[in-house]
Design a binder for this molecule. Structure first.
Ligand SMILES: C[S@@+](CC[C@H](N)C(=O)[O-])C[C@H]1O[C@@H](n2cnc3c(N)ncnc32)[C@H](O)[C@@H]1O
Length: 302
């Protein structure tokens, strides 16, 4: 088994309820919706949503015919399945972003929202994303920005040790990282992505403003200034839209059946043999469960 960076495990977490539904984050949710609307292609065939969680953003991906929700947490995916239901449009996959269980060059779109900030090895995670995309695919990435105004002020006032201007990620809580926009741009460019658009998001994430003004008004104001992200990025959250260069891995023969596109996350053998309640890997002999509507590539069956 190959070594992989540690994972921030949301198994059993009430994240969707406590952070979003009851967490007073209507403003943050709305500004993400605006940014996604600006960045999502009008049409697409197969989208990979990385760190999909409970599927909060999935209904926004209206242009795509099929969506694979990938998350390490089975319980988050179970919530997503409850929200979205079973249909040929959705596939639920429990797996590690560092070991995406799909063949190279498969998806023509991907999103990764509020997930990179859990990656101790962000370039490794981004390389995996790039591996499974076809040339010309659009990748929408949200990352937590260490160069945000609050961090800069705190640093100048001597209230914060870490330097927001330096390029390395900062781990402010275990397995929670903020990134420098320039570092993100460098990694993406090295991986063969062309950055098409940058939006700054959550300009008004201040308790007092959120208390005084309705979320919809604050979000509309945010929407007006998001395009300034092309010039500078000083907000806590940044969205980038990147396109895979045409010299990337050629497209896999995109099968209509998603099961034919799985590869073993451990030994990369493809195809896996479908046994209805599990998938057999003919390369290493591991068995990967399919239960309660979720393909589970976390640990093999005993
Ligand atoms: C903050 S939540 C965001 C969920 C969703 N994108 C949203 O914005 O509502 C982060 C998600 O990333 C998932 N995650 C963290 N590390 C992961 C990894 N290495 N592989 C797959 N998923 C991961 C967690 O399980 C969690 O559901």
């Amino acid at each position: 088994m190959t070594d992989s960076p540690p994972v921030c495990d949301y198994e059993g977490s009430d994240y969707q309820t406590s952070f979003w539904d009851k967490g007073g984050r209507a403003y943050e949710d709305k500004v993400e919706e605006i940014a996604l609307r600006r960045m999502l292609p009008a049409q697409g065939s197969l989208l990979l949503e990385l760190g999909a969680g409970a599927g909060r953003n999935t209904p926004r991906y209206t242009g795509y015919e099929r969506i694979v929700l990938l998350d390490y947490s089975r319980t988050q995916l179970a919530q997503a399945r409850e929200r979205l239901g079973d249909s040929p449009r959705y596939t639920y996959v429990a797996a590690d972003v560092y070991k995406i269980p799909f063949v190279d060059g498969l998806f023509d779109g991907a999103t990764m929202i509020r997930t990179l900030h859990h990656m101790a090895d962000a370039p490794k995670a981004l390389a995996q994303v790039r591996r499974v995309l076809v040339p010309g695919a659009a990748f929408i990435l949200e990352f937590a920005n260490k160069l945000n105004l609050k961090a800069i002020l705190r640093y100048w006032l001597g209230k914060q040790d870490w330097n927001p201007f330096s390029l390395e990620p900062v781990e402010f809580v275990a397995l929670n990282f903020d990134f420098h926009p320039k570092a993100i741009r460098q990694w993406m460019t090295e991986l063969g992505f062309r950055l098409e658009k940058t939006l700054t998001v959550s300009h008004f994430r201040l308790g007092i403003l959120k208390r005084l003004l309705p979320a919809s008004l604050l979000a509309a104001m945010d929407g007006l200034v998001q395009p300034t992200g092309a010039l500078w990025q000083l907000t806590p959250s940044v969205f980038v839209k990147a396109i895979v260069g045409r010299d990337a891995i050629p497209a896999a023969s995109a099968s209509h059946n998603i099961i034919d596109c799985f590869q073993c996350p451990e030994c990369t053998t493809h195809p896996l043999i479908n046994r209805a309640d599990h998938l057999d890997c003919p390369g290493c002999g591991r068995k990967w469960a399919f239960r309660d509507g979720i393909y589970d590539f976390r640990e093999p069956l005993a």
